[in-house]
Structures are given as C-alpha cells and as structure tokens.
Design a protein around this ligand. Sequence first.
Ligand SMILES: [Zn+2]
Length: 298
Amino acid sequence: MKVQNLLLVLLPCALILGLRLHERWFCSDLRILFFDVGQGDAALVTLPGGSTLLVDSGGGTRHWNMGKAVLFKELTRKGILRLDAILMTHPDADHARGFLGLAEGHIETRELWYSSAFQNDKRLSDLFLRTQSRGRPFSKITGWNWKGVEFKALPPQVSTPKTNNRSLALGLAYGGCRILFTADIEEDGEKAIAPFLHSPVHVLKVGHHGSKTSTTTHFLNRTRPQLAVISSGKKNRYGHPHSSVLKRLSLFGTDIFRTDFHGFVEITVTKDGRLFCDSFEGKCGKLKCSASEKLALF
Ligand SMILES: [Zn+2]
C-alpha cells in the first residue's frame, strides 16, 4: 500500500480515537442526540467521561433495518463499538426492531435495561443471546447516579395489555437541567408517572411521536417543558404529530423541534447548567438552568 493510501486510512481512525479519548478524559458535558429515524424513536446519551446509553433503536421493515442503516453508521463514525447500556422502553417495532440490526453490526453492550412490557418477549431473549450482556429490568420507580448525572426510571404502574402505557420513561438531571424521555406513554401512563415528577423539565421527549393521546394538558401542567423534541417520520401515515399536541405545547410556551423537520436534534448540557440545542438544520436555542435548581431533581 502506498504511503498516501495508508495515510488516508489511518487519519480518520486517528481522528476518531482522538475524539473518544477527549470525551473520556476531558469532556464534562452531558449530550443527548435524538436521531432522525423516521417514524420511531432512538437517542444516544453520552455521559460526562464518555459512557454511552442508547435509548431505543428505531424500526425498519423485513428488508431494511434502522439499527443497521442509521445507528450502526452513526455510532461507528463516532468511534463507538461498545455501548455501556441499551434502554428498551417497550417492544413496539418502531422502538425495538433496530436493536437486532445493531447487534448484527456487532455493536456490543454491557447492559440491557428494559421495562416489564418485555416479559416473555422473544426479541429480548434474542438480544440477550446475541449481545451476551447483563440484564436490568425496571418494574418500579428507581433513582441512581451515574457519572454525576441523576437518573430516575419511571415505569408507569398501570395494569394494561397496551404496551404503550407500560413504556419505561426516564428522567435525567445534570447541572440543574432536567430532561424527560416518555417513550410512547399515553394519557394513562402520564397520569401514573406525574405524581413522581416534582419539578418542571427543561426538555421533554414528547410521548408517542406527538399522538393526540399523549402530552395532555394535565401532564404539561406538571412538566412545563421549555423545549420539546418530537421524533416522527416525514408525512407519516398516523398524522403525527397531531395539531392538538402542537397547540397544547405552544400554549405552554414550549419551543418545538421535530426530527421530520429539523433532522437530528442534539442537546448539550454543561456542568454549570447551560443547555444548548443543535440540529441538522442549525442551532435551535439555548437556555440556562437555574443554579438553585441543582438539587431539585424529579
Ligand atoms: Zn412509537
């Protein structure tokens, strides 16, 4: 191989390695990247120090898989070949089908976190087999700290066969900023977790792609988000996000960012509570979380 060609191969590898080392040793930010996975959900959480959590994986068809086509490419481009954890909010295909494509691409993970909606689900046992990872089921409200970020798992305590309302919601707090993932929970699920949310949130990943059955006025009264991210496909057949949801969010003065319009959306939170929003379409805002809120989690 000519020296020139060798350099062309080595240079991107060195850049990726440098980026990963920078994250691991020097970066104290929390970053959340909401991927543009069409009609589905997938987000990568990168903790201070570089540990990674993938929340859902997007969907796909029998012939095409979002995990393989989009997530695998994006993760390897960032130099991530091993995740620290994967959170599977519920078994619906638009959230969970991509995991198998990701496993086929040989992305490894240390832990699989999952909700009770996965009980006896074949996809979960397949994924355990392929990834050889540890399991962490969530069936009750649980809080913990990971690399300086406060986590709160919020499985709605509702007895229903509908998996949407048994989705695992997740709250993160860092530098006084609070971010809430609500997967596909609908009104009943929102009612079940609302009593455990004690402070307004700065960023809400809107439930069920902006369906009219989620993001109720009652829930917005509780969460009062300053910024909302809606993950939905361009011209999707469900009509998500519904105009009534957009109206409700606007009435609460929430800035709305949509993956179908803005492409990917990335939130960066610094240790001292500054929050920045970027998207494929450009910058989408910034805010300062109050220092007095630093101890108020969810
Ligand atoms: Zn969904």
